[in-house]
Design a protein. Structure first.
Length: 425
RNA sequence: GGAGAAAUGGCCGAGUGGUCGAAGGCGCACGCCUGGAAAGUGUGUAUCCGUCACAAGCGGAUCGGGGGUUCGAAUCCCUCUUUCUCCGCCA
């Protein structure tokens, strides 16, 4: 969330820039400012009583020590009313604070100045593209779900039997290819300076709040109600939350982590060609990169993450394009997001395989993730960033479709050593 | 799952109702000492909020979380969480 101070000092900027996200924040912002005034006033009243009470208590202590019990008891009487007042102010204050908090979390992150105006994904700005668009022969132009069946790589029906739609079973060379991709991505990320972590796949409420999934977006996550835990929709959640309530020193930055995890998403309301085959699943594998950096360097970090992800799709020889998301297509918490899409030649459509974002201090403020600046008194909120590097299913789909021939599916060169085979036939 | 013990600052560790935001040690930072370093020595060393100039000063809060008793709680009570020991179970 945005800090109160920022909203106070930049009321107009907040309102204006959120228009780019098609969000009218005027009423919210004003309600927040008003509520905070009330908070301050109430807090002052409460603290004044508190201070008086502390003084009296000390006096009573002294009196008892000096053996002046009578005077002490008189002072006790005096404190009764004060105590009552404190109680009233305290409960009023905590109510106001929780109302204020509820308002505060409703404000999305403000977009970076470079974010294009737009309503939906058609308004995204193409930054660049690369790779060679494959030309498939008519005799070898099957969508990946057919290929998966033909070569017995992925069994969607079996997943339905075991769990339900959207939980495929990878088999044989399909499973092996999946594992090869995971290892390839992790190795590449480590080479680029990201330290691997293997996080829990289930998180508590605090973690869900820290990265912005909770409140409001709980419908997207599977909820284990018995223990009040959530299955992670992305490794971003547990990995970023490693740094919740942490104060790092300046020279520890940047922090760079990579993590493989299964991801679980309810995807309520999705339908049609979007959910066909591997296009959209309830459980899928993803390798994530997460970075924590100083504010003044976070956009350089974002660029380097984008550049790194680009090398991954290049090494896999997939045709890709990079989009800068418009305000309307960005997530609630992001300040600037680049999406990567690869072309899936048989479906003849672009599939999103990575989303790389700078959250600036929006998550950090929720996480209380700060860093200590040499020679300065106050700690600063750090900036958090993350991106997929990469999400597996659609990469798998594109590899299968783009590399199909009448004789089988060619494995990209970089994966051969991970797979142990160079063709699926 | 059952029984018991514990949770204090970056770390270790005192503190069982009053001036304790918290002794002492370690670590760290700066200074002195030194040709340089070590040793020695001095000073400093949590976070948040309010007032204010995001200064100083002042006030408030925080000793795992929440609640309670009390004029007053790190200290007493309740509850939750976590850790350790023993038993059970298990990959």
């Amino acid at each position: 969330m945005l800090t109160l101070k920022f909203i106070q000092e930049n009321r107009k900027t907040v309102i204006d820039s959120l228009k780019v996200k098609n969000f009218d924040a005027t009423q919210l912002v004003d309600a927040i400012l008003e509520k905070d005034e009330l908070r301050k006033k109430t807090q002052q009243q409460q603290e004044e009583c508190q201070a008086q009470m502390n003084t009296i208590s000390k006096e009573i202590g002294m009196l008892f020590k000096d053996g002046k019990a009578q005077e002490a008891n008189a002072a006790k009487e005096q404190s009764t009313q004060l105590k009552e007042n404190i109680k009233v102010f305290t409960s009023r204050l905590s109510e106001i604070e929780s109302e204020l908090h509820k308002l505060l979390v409703q404000i999305p992150n403000i977009p970076h100045v470079s974010v294009p105006v737009g309503k939906c994904d058609t308004d995204n700005e193409k930054i660049r593209e690369g790779g060679v668009m494959p030309v498939l022969a008519d005799s070898a132009k099957q969508p990946h779900w057919d290929l998966a069946k033909q070569y017995d790589l992925i069994d969607f029906e079996l997943g339905v039997k075991i769990t339900g739609a959207g939980f495929p079973v990878y088999k044989g060379k399909g499973a092996r290819l999946q594992r090869a991709l995971i290892n390839f991505f992790l190795d590449e990320n480590e080479k680029a300076g990201y330290t691997e972590v293997l996080p829990p796949l289930v998180v508590n409420e605090d973690s869900g709040f820290g990265t912005g999934q909770l409140p409001d977006k709980e419908g997207q996550m599977y909820h284990v109600t018995e223990d009040n835990l959530y299955l992670i929709p992305t490794a971003e959640v547990p990995v970023t939350n490693i740094y919740r309530d942490v104060i790092v020193s300046e020279n520890e930055l940047p922090i760079k982590n990579t993590a493989y995890s299964a991801c679980f998403r309810r995807e309520a309301g999705s339908y049609g060609k979007d959910v066909r085959g591997l296009n959209r699943l309830h459980q899928f594998d993803k390798v994530e990169i997460v970075a924590i950096e100083k504010p003044e360097r976070s956009y350089a970090m974002l660029d380097s993450m984008v550049a790194h992800v680009e090398t991954l799709v290049q090494k896999l020889s997939l045709p890709y394009r990079i989009l800068k998301l418009c305000g309307g297509d960005m997530s609630f918490t992001s300040a600037l997001t680049f999406d990567f899409e690869v072309y899936s030649a048989a479906q003849e459509r672009w599939l999103e395989v990575s989303s790389v974002s700078n959250f600036e201090s929006y998550q950090a403020n929720r996480l209380k993730l700060r860093y200590r600046i040499e020679g300065e008194k106050r700690n600063q909120l750090a900036h958090t960033l993350n991106g997929s590097a990469l999400a597996l299913p659609r990469i798998m789909a594109a590899i299968l479709e783009n590399n199909q021939t009448e004789k089988g599916i060619q494995i990209p060169e970089v994966l051969v050593k991970y797979c142990g085979f160079n063709v699926i036939d």
